[in-house]
Design a binder for this molecule. Structure first.
Ligand code: UD1
Ligand code: UDP
Length: 377
């Protein structure tokens, strides 16, 4: 009998972990494969929250996070350390997801060893290399290197083919974030205690209209973050509103938010939520206000209007479907758009429609099936 093919799954941040745990589970369940998990730990606490709920114990943990790490320092360390693990493991293939420094360096280290790299969430393009920065270029680099491109949507597949990627190497799979969301929703249904940690805040804010906020994008650091903080302050001045804001651990986010928003009665700045609790926040929020990529995918699936604090998006499907809207980072514009949704029922109803442009929750299965064909089994 042929030995199972060793697949090295490389990731380092919270969103990659959320979007890859369904793939790791699907590989584990398939006798043709042995997944080997390597985390760079580009994130630490926020990554560990996902590993714990998903029950993943990494085979390799590079523990690379440093406070306020620079892109060049991080990338250099990633390349060296991921290369070392690849030499040790000698995998048949490597899987990376999305557009982080870990994903880009993982793809490059594999390429240097001529190991085929498969890219989950391939083909996202904003068309602007500074929005999002540096992710747009990370994705393009991975797109040049990848062997198989698992595109979440037809739009993403089209972008790859327009860049001369061989259409036979591109598969439209949906996004694994929907697999993860279905999984966590079922877990919470079976055991509501998993997401009960918000109960105290829910009690405190009973009768108020909840706005869920997340922000962390590097291109918004500085002026953008200050504008966002001021917008939250103005929105929270309304007595009928409460803001629940799990604050990203990046010090560039924390410093601005702590000095601008501390002490406001109806703004709850809380620690990053684990995935079940964040799913709970998505379900109790009337509106999500975010610059996150993943939240732009989850909110439409749940029919939650999502206002995106960015100039462009590489996820136009939510905007086309009408559940997402780009609002940029000007304070007045963010406040106006939020107030419109709060005060104009028709505007709210027009956005609040469950729509699933990002898949049906079967993405990991499709990816593993295609990998099976690829290894000829
Ligand atoms: C990274 C990714 C970004 C992704 C985001 C998801 C890059 C260049 N950026 O951005 O694409 O959208 O993750 O959240 O790959 N920190 C902690 N604990 C943690 C995580 C972060 O303290 O668990 C702090 C550290 O000081 C760290 C800093 O945040 O140095 C920045 O982390 P980093 O991974 O470089 O960038 P993110 O902004 O999180
Ligand atoms: N998320 C979470 N806890 C939080 C905030 C977000 O579990 O406090 C999840 C969210 O559901 C989504 C992912 O983290 O799946 C998004 O991560 P982030 O916004 O950090 O990164 P991006 O998606 O922008 O790369």
């Amino acid at each position: 009998m042929t030995a199972p093919a060793k697949i090295l799954v490389v990731f380092g941040t919270r969103p990659e972990a959320i979007k890859l745990f369904p793939v790791v589970a699907a590989l584990e369940a398939d006798p043709r494969f042995t997944p080997v998990v390597c985390v760079s730990a580009q994130h630490r606490q926020m990554l560990d929250q996902v590993l714990e709920i998903a029950g993943i114990v990494p085979d390799h943990d590079l523990d690379l996070m440093k406070p306020d790490q620079t892109l060049d320092g991080l990338t250099a360390a990633l390349l060296t350390e991921l290369g070392r693990v690849m030499d040790e493991v000698s995998p048949a293939r490597v899987i990376v997801q999305g557009d982080t420094a870990t994903a880009m360096a993982g793809a490059l280290a594999a390429y240097y060893r001529k190991i085929p790299v498969d890219h989950v969430e391939a083909g996202l393009r904003s068309g602007n290399i500074y929005h999002p920065w540096p992710e747009e270029v990370n994705r393009k680099i991975i797109g040049q290197i990848a062997s198989l491109h698992f595109a979440p949507t037809e739009v993403a597949a089209g972008a790859l083919i327009a860049e001369q990627v061989d259409p036979a190497r591109v598969l439209v799979t949906g996004n694994t974030v929907i697999d993860a969301l279905h999984w966590v929703t079922a877990r919470i249904e079976a055991d509501p205690a998993l997401a009960a940690g918000l109960a105290q805040l829910e009690g405190k804010f009973a009768g108020k209209r909840i706005i869920g906020v997340t922000t962390h994008r590097r291109e918004n650091f500085g002026g953008g973050m200050e504008n966002i903080a001021e917008a939250i302050r103005q929105i929270a001045a309304r007595p009928d509103v409460a803001v629940i804001f799990p604050v990203h651990l990046n010090p560039n986010v924390r410093a601005v938010m702590n000095s601008a928003l501390a002490g406001l009665d109806n703004v709850a700045m809380i620690e990053p939520l684990d995935y079940p609790h964040f799913a709970r926040l998505l379900s109790i929020a009337e509106i999500m206000l975010t610059d996150s990529g993943g939240v732009q995918e989850e909110a439409p699936a749940l029919g939650k209007p999502v206002l995106v604090m960015r100039e462009t998006t590489e996820r136009p499907e939510g905007v086309t479907a009408g559940t997402a809207k780009l609002v940029g980072t000007e304070t007045a514009n963010i406040v106006t758009e939020i107030f419109t949704l709060l005060d104009d029922k028709a505007a709210y109803e027009a956005m609040a429609r469950a729509h699933n442009p990002f898949g049906d929750g079967q993405t990991a299965r499709r990816i593993v099936e295609r990998l099976g064909n690829e290894i000829g089994r």
